[in-house]
Write a protein that binds this ligand. Sequence first.
Ligand SMILES: [Zn+2]
Length: 228
Amino acid sequence: MLQFKQIERLGLSFAGILRKEDNINQDSSENVKLQQIELSLNQIGVYPQSIYRVKQEHSDNIHLYKPYNNRELTIADGIITQIRGVALCISIADCVPVFLFDVNKKILGLIHAGREGTRKKIVQKALKKIICEFQSNTNDVVALIGPSIGPCCYYLPDDLLSLCFNEGLVITENKTLDLWKSNEKQLIEHGIKEKNIFNICECTCCNDKYYSYRRGDKRLRNYAIGMI
Ligand SMILES: [Zn+2]
């Protein structure tokens, strides 16, 4: 388990990622998977009241968590909450997990920003929702870009690269897509201060500690988790 102390120390109970080496059995049912995630958190002294997941479909839907008893997973690729003790959880295998945290009002957002989500500017949509629901000031919001496929590995066909370029995404000199810088750019455009953006700069594709879709893990996932 990798913990993101950079953002935890600003007032979060937990921010981190469960990786390949943390051995979550992914063949199990959703409930058993949640129990395993909870156990892994308990082992490091983190005791969430509940773990909340959504059905991720590379959409730009942002869901405001409310504690009702709906057993169906909501379709969304971003979750926001102001409720303490609820561990927000998204699964990733190369896509970018983005944590947004209003350090003043203690509002947490956790976003799944893959290529599609980044093209749809999902981080900006999440910020808009946080501002609209909680009247957050962007000066108080810090962001953390977690482990995901880096500019070192994200090769794409030329036509797809130019499409991404035309949509404002960042392409490197080596003709790779830079999802890290693309999301940073969108956050800065939307008023987040550069000094308030932490980038872990760890590539899931060239680091065997993580599951990576591109490296061949078609079904297995890492879990990014955040809790106020
Ligand atoms: Zn890489």
